[in-house]
Design a protein around this ligand. Structure first.
Ligand code: ADP
Ligand code: MG
Length: 383
């Protein structure tokens, strides 16, 4: 990781060069990784989620106009939009994530001011760690600071989700924005997507959390994601429920034969995965290694065979992670189809684990993975 001051200096220099002055203030919002609960969020189930130290920063300065001018260091790209026009081409460009936040805030009656900004993220883009939500939540915090009003973190999360749903055109659940806004330093959260309540989960000392990025592009993620959502909605309807969350496993078992086979597989995964969220939270708190291993293995097996979201690179990574020194358990992360995975590792063994995974995965796939430990970071705010 880049030291904070070096990161700040680099961003400030780019800001000075691009806008001729130094930034006035800085906002940040974290990425996140799901420790358990793939695809449970839009089924109104639970997710065990961790806000991570990888985050998105926006260095900003009021420009006293109605225009927002942005430079993304990650993409080495500039873009602007007017606060007085709605986005006619939503879903085409990275700026839509920020423009969408402005539109959602405006709709809510918030006073908006133009600014110049430089964006820099240490969340890998498009890898399942929610760089999109980190960008939205950091942008909402910039607008909040400039406007002089205050949003409750949950309201901010909901508006950022609305921005992505309505103004970017991605039908995501609340998980990413919730975690990025509501994160607390030092603990994971169980988010209950039915009532948006959450509970802090302590992780036993000695258990490290390591992200293993397959560096494999998530090409099918968009269309497959929509298809899974529809299949779950169909399943819920056929079972007479408004969402899969309202169905218990015994109720499902009794009627599974009535469902088309593929819908039944999808439903089974969601219901089992939801139950694993609470079980893994307990196992992480008590440090029950055997349970962590079992639950994460079952989660990946379900992701591969029932929900069918495991790309070949993910199988290769799973093999590498499970063979590495110090591993406790490992599974997919994000929506699947490539991207990042997550491992629980004996803390003193994290370096050995990382070295082993790197060697094995690279020799199996020819792809150099990225591997790093993460810890729980605070939610969106000013730096
Ligand atoms: P994820 O949220 O898992 O990283 P998404 O596909 O949901 O993947 O969002 C990634 C998109 O968000 C990028 O393609 C880009 O449009 C936008 N984005 C995220 N972070 C940045 C950034 N730092 N600079 C510019 N665009 C960004
Ligand atoms: Mg995203």
């Amino acid at each position: 990781m880049i030291p904070i001051h070096q990161r700040q200096d680099t961003i400030a220099q780019v800001f000075q060069k691009r806008f001729g002055r130094l930034p006035q203030f800085w906002c940040r919002a974290p990425g996140r990784v799901d420790l358990m609960g793939s695809h449970t969020d839009y089924n109104l189930g639970a997710v065990l989620t961790l806000p991570i130290g990888r985050d998105t920063w926006i260095a900003a300065r009021a420009n006293h106009t109605r225009t927002v001018n942005l430079h993304s260091l990650n993409l080495n790209a500039d873009a602007s939009f007017s606060l007085d026009s709605s986005n006619k081409n939503a879903g085409q460009s990275w700026i839509d994530y920020v423009h969408g936040v402005a539109e959602a805030l405006h709709e809510e009656g918030m006073l908006l001011e133009g600014f110049d900004g430089v964006i820099h993220s240490t969340v890998p883009l498009c890898s399942g760690l929610s760089s999109s939500a980190a960008l939205e939540c950091a942008a909402a915090t910039v607008f909040e600071t400039l406007g002089g009003w205050n949003l409750a973190p949950l309201q901010k999360a909901l508006l950022c989700q609305r921005a992505e749903n309505r103004y970017v055109g991605v039908n995501c659940g609340i998980l990413d924005q919730f975690t990025s806004c509501m994160g607390r330093e030092g603990c994971a959260l169980i988010l209950d997507c039915r009532d948006l309540s959450s509970k802090a989960v302590a992780i036993a000392d000695g258990i490290g959390i390591v992200i293993c990025d397959t560096k494999s592009k998530r090409e099918l993620a968009g269309s497959e994601y929509g298809e899974r959502r529809t299949q779950c909605e169909d399943g819920a309807r056929m079972l007479g429920a408004s969402a899969l969350r309202e169905v218990t496993l015994p109720q499902f078992e009794a009627r599974a034969h009535e469902l088309p086979a593929i819908v039944a597989k999808r439903c089974r995964f969601i219901l089992e995965e939801h139950a694993r969220v609470y079980a893994l939270a307990d196992a992480l708190t008590t440090g029950d290694r055997a349970a962590i291993r079992e639950l994460t293995a079952a989660s990946f097996e379900g992701a591969a065979n029932l929900y069918e979201i495991a790309a070949p690179a993910m199988h290769a990574m799973m093999t590498a992670m499970l063979a590495a020194r110090g591993v406790i358990g490992a599974r997919q992360a994000g929506a699947g189809f490539g991207g990042c995975m997550v491992a629980f590792v004996e803390e003193p063994m994290v370096d050995a684990f990382s070295a082993d995974v790197r060697t094995r995965y690279a020799s199996a796939t020819g792809i150099e993975p990225e591997i790093y430990q993460v810890t729980a970071a605070a939610g969106a705010g000013m730096i």
